[in-house]
Write a protein that binds this ligand. Structure first.
Ligand code: CUK
Length: 620
């Protein structure tokens, strides 16, 4: 016994010392460290026990998911399944998420957008759209789970969305592919007359956590690429780039690049809202459709160098900057000049009934950094300076939108699509960090065969730009947003929901109820067992007849952070998850007779391997 004392006190002393050191480290945030004289390694090193300063939410592209990273460490923290099934979390297997997915198995998530209050990320919700199957989704940032998904009709491939207005009044979903309204069959010979690029205005009912389509706009049959909402003085407006205004229907790589100019669509969403209130729309399959050739006003075209890709509004709301993927220029347009041109009807003709503003009247300056090729997307820092990714010359160029002067440039490996700056889409970006989202990583990491991951390179932008860290990422982050970590307030456990008839919180309330050939199991998962019917001879066994329709309602009664349980039935292709305090339901037909082990898939305790049961299906 004597021998124990010094060891224990030694441990205690060590613990206290560790705590003190820890507190000492925390005094200076990693972001503050970025501007100091630390080495690159020290700037990105977030010691164990400390946390990153920013969350980075990267779109998962055709994985249909969202990837969460910490900045500056670039550690991957989480995958949030949104549009695709994910057995790691049971997403797309349990009834709630299955219903959300609407029968689809995958999605293509390009552009995530945080909810905003007064033009600043408020840390409550994350929106996203699915180019693959034309859907929109909202993710709850208290739980990092998808809460609602809607199918968007009349549109095919809402790409440049989501982008939200200053107070999340709307999320606009322009579309990449033109289709006939209603997506009915129509010969491509009638493309110009009968195809449309429908933009949707989606609202979010925060109280009921529901997405709704407020109205749609039947724009000309072009491709709508990137977009951004106005800020401050331009907050009632939004912009989006177009390509294929040639209206080509085949061999687009040649035919959609004929004209020297395409357009930016500039629209006033307050005016469109007013039109809808005044009934100036047509009812199309239950949607309120505005036809710009019939309802004049609110929508204008601004000519821009051919086939632009990105368009971004400066934090002060004064300018919108378009980048031409086939032209080396970034073009700065002035909102104020555009408003004046609208007021004076300073038009240079029209397309499909939409007035074209005079290029010279709206353009502020054209910017051509020397030898910079393939400008795509622009982000901003705390001083309002612009950072544009150059896809072809593989670099990020820093420049001043007020003068057009090139300030700095840094090579990235390779071919960046977007980049993302800390709070870079808000009215008050943070500076400090920029992450380049590179499409080609070939020699960056250990080889994994002919195809490689993408890369995300962290760039310190507090002084001269410098790449200081790189992280591989699964395909494919198109866009990302970076939010100050303390803005996000997650919950630790799901609170008890006494109104939920499927939830069971006491062992003795567990039961298996049969109604005809329907079997309802009200069970619980806890360390380290399942209880489906506490009064049964074997409480951890479910026995049904072949052909029965089975509902398993499972509640995790471990109200303890991070104690998640899984529920899988061997060879039944079923797996769900119940997070602490959560109730989930899985519904299926017992169409295979036999003996099938049940087990917990999410490691939960030292006796996790014992957390088993049986699913017995009596043959007919
Ligand atoms: S897009 Cu992929 S790099 Cu969908 Cu924003 Cu430009």
């Amino acid at each position: 016994m004597k021998k124990w004392i010094p060891i224990a006190s030694g441990l205690l002393a060590g613990f206290i010392a560790a705590t003190i050191t820890f507190a000492d480290f925390s005094a200076k945030t990693n972001t503050e460290a970025a501007s100091s004289n630390k080495s690159d390694a020290e700037k990105v090193y977030v010691p164990f026990g400390q946390k990153d300063d920013y969350y980075l939410f990267a779109s998962g592209g055709h994985s249909g998911q969202m990837f969460i990273y910490g900045v500056p460490s670039m550690r991957k923290i989480r995958t949030i399944p949104v549009f695709s099934q994910d057995s790691a979390t049971g997403y797309g297997f349990d009834e709630h998420s299955k219903k959300l997915m609407g029968g689809y198995t995958w999605g293509d998530l390009h552009h995530p957008a945080f909810s905003e209050t007064k033009g600043d990320y408020d840390g409550k919700w994350m929106f996203a759209t699915d180019v693959g199957n034309s859907r929109a989704a909202v993710v709850d940032l208290e739980t990092f789970t998808t809460k609602d998904i809607i199918k968007v009709p009349n549109t095919a491939g809402p790409h440049c969305a989501a982008f939200v207005t200053e107070n999340t009044e709307y999320m606009f979903l322009p579309t990449r592919f033109a289709v006939p309204v209603g997506q009915k069959y129509e010969s491509l010979d009638n493309y110009s007359q009968n195809y449309r690029g429908v933009m949707s205005a989606v609202t979010f009912d925060e109280k009921n956590v529901k997405l709704n389509i407020a109205y749609q706009v039947a724009l000309p049959p072009w491709s709508y690429d990137l977009s951004d909402a106005g800020k401050k003085g331009s907050a009632d407006w939004a912009v989006m780039t177009t390509y294929n205004t040639e209206e080509a229907t085949t061999t687009l790589e040649v035919n959609a690049s004929q004209a020297d100019r395409d357009y930016i669509v500039l629209f006033n969403w307050k005016e469109l809202e007013k039109m809808v209130k005044e009934g100036k729309y047509e009812d199309v399959d239950g949607q309120k459709m505005i036809y710009p050739e019939k309802q004049k006003g609110g929508i204008y075209l601004v000519p821009v160098a051919k086939s632009p890709h990105g368009v971004d509004v400066t934090p002060d709301g004064k300018y919108f900057i378009a980048s031409g993927k086939l032209a080396p220029a970034m073009t700065v347009f002035s909102f104020e000049k555009a408003f004046k041109a609208v007021e004076n009807k300073d038009f240079a003709g029209e397309r499909n009934g939409i007035p074209i503003l005079n290029y010279k009247s709206v353009m502020e300056r054209e910017v051509n950094p020397e030898n910079a090729l393939g400008p795509l997307h622009t982000q901003f820092d705390d001083k309002g300076m612009a950072y544009t990714t150059m896809f072809i010359s593989s670099e990020v160029v820093k420049w001043d939108p007020n003068t057009g002067k090139t300030l700095d440039r840094v090579p990235v490996q390779y071919s960046p699509g977007h980049s993302v700056a800390a709070e870079g889409d808000t009215v008050s970006p943070d500076g400090h960090w920029l992450v380049a989202l590179n499409k080609i990583a070939k020699d960056s990491y250990l080889s994994v065969g002919p195809s490689h991951p993408e890369s995300m390179q962290l760039i310190d932008i507090s002084g001269k730009m410098k790449v200081i860290q790189s992280a591989p990422v699964d395909p494919e982050p198109h866009y990302a947003q970076m939010i100050k970590a303390d803005k996000i307030k997650t919950i630790n456990v799901y609170p008890k929901d006494e109104k939920n008839k499927d939830a069971v919180y006491k062992q003795n309330d567990t039961k298996i109820v049969r109604k005809g050939n329907e079997v309802h199991v009200y069970g619980i998962a806890m360390r380290s067992r399942f209880i489906f019917d506490a009064k049964a001879k074997r409480p951890d066994v479910i026995e049904v007849n072949e052909g029965d329709h089975v509902f398993i309602h499972l509640t995790n009664i471990d109200f303890d952070e991070d104690i998640t349980h899984g529920f899988a039935i061997n060879s039944y292709d079923l797996n769900i998850e119940v997070q602490p305090g959560q109730t989930n339901t899985i519904e299926f037909t017992a169409d295979k007779a036999g003996t099938f082990p049940i087990y917990c898939t999410n490691f939960c305790s030292a006796l996790h391997q014992e957390m088993n049961g049986y699913f017995l299906v009596k043959p007919k």
